[in-house]
Write a protein that binds this ligand. Structure first.
Ligand SMILES: [Zn+2]
Length: 280
């Protein structure tokens, strides 16, 4: 039994086949670029190849960056990819491939993937934070995703971790997303890609803000496990080191007593695997 998994991010879209044990095969990617018609065609080609033949494909699970509607049919808000907002992605893909299609918020999909097959296995209350271009969060309690607003737990990247800090895209100042993401690190380093960042202290500093975010969210959700993933985490182990340091320093004793803070072991595959979990 398999599902086709699609992970639509701000810059690239990953496509793969995922089986019921969480194994990822036939991975490919296309750029997330307008116009919409061309993007849908670029997406349809690899999906069509995976759907053809006898691979036991049960449907298509789509993880997407942004808020989604209640019917899991379209992305409703993401200022980084406005041309994909309010587009009937589910209906379009269903019509093309005659397979069930379900959309999920990418941070929820990552949390689900980690819970079923990754660093979140066995957790009762799992908080998963994804640190990349933005910061996403998903929470799984007793096997179910918590959906407080817009199908998510909220927009956790905009919890303020540095009073009076850097201006955020949301209009606030000092949000985790403004100070601990790839953009903030690249700006300070004066380079354009994370692998060119020479000073590990920049990752450590970002990590400390992630630790503050984890400590603050820990007081609300009381997780027994907090999993940190995303591109910034993959780029340097200093992120995790900084996060642990600050979490130990700042989190309340009850929060610390309950939660273990650990890195993802699925890495970039987490949203793909979680998207597939919503189908199989
Ligand atoms: Zn913000």
């Amino acid at each position: 039994m398999r599902a086709i998994a699609v992970d639509i991010g701000g810059t690239s879209t990953k496509i793969a086949l995922v089986d019921e044990f969480g194994a990822v095969e036939r991975f490919t990617r296309v750029p997330t670029e307008p116009p919409l018609d061309q993007f849908m065609e670029a997406l349809a080609e690899p999906i069509g190849l995976l759907a053809s033949g006898d691979r036991g494909v049960r449907g298509v699970g789509v993880a997407i960056a942004g808020f989604i509607d209640e019917a899991h049919s379209m992305m409703t808000y993401n200022p980084n990819i406005p041309w994909l907002e309010m587009q009937p992605l589910q209906a379009d893909l269903q019509r093309r491939f005659r397979l069930p299609v379900r959309l999920e918020v990418d941070s929820n999909a990552a949390a689900l993937g980690e819970y079923r097959f990754g660093s979140g296995t066995g957790a009762k209350r799992l908080l998963c934070l994804t640190i990349g271009t933005g910061i996403g969060g998903g929470f799984v309690a007793h096997g179910e995703l918590l959906r407080i607003t817009e199908q998510c737990i909220g927009d956790v990247g905009h919890v303020i971790v540095q009073p009076g800090g850097r201006l955020c895209t949301c209009g606030g100042y000092g949000c985790a997303e403004a100070v601990a993401t790839a953009g903030a690190i690249l700006e300070k380093a004066g380079v354009t890609t994370l692998k060119d960042v020479a000073d590990p202290a920049l990752f450590r500093e970002a990590g400390r803000y992630v630790g503050l975010l984890a400590a603050s969210l820990g007081a609300i959700f009381f997780p027994d496990r907090i999993v940190i993933g995303g591109g910034v985490n993959s780029a340097s182990s200093e992120l995790m080191a900084g996060a642990r340091e600050e979490f130990e320093k700042s989190a309340g004793s009850e929060v610390k007593k309950r939660a273990r803070l650990i890195p993802t072991n699925l890495g970039a595959r987490a949203p793909l695997i979680g998207a597939a979990c919503s189908i199989i």
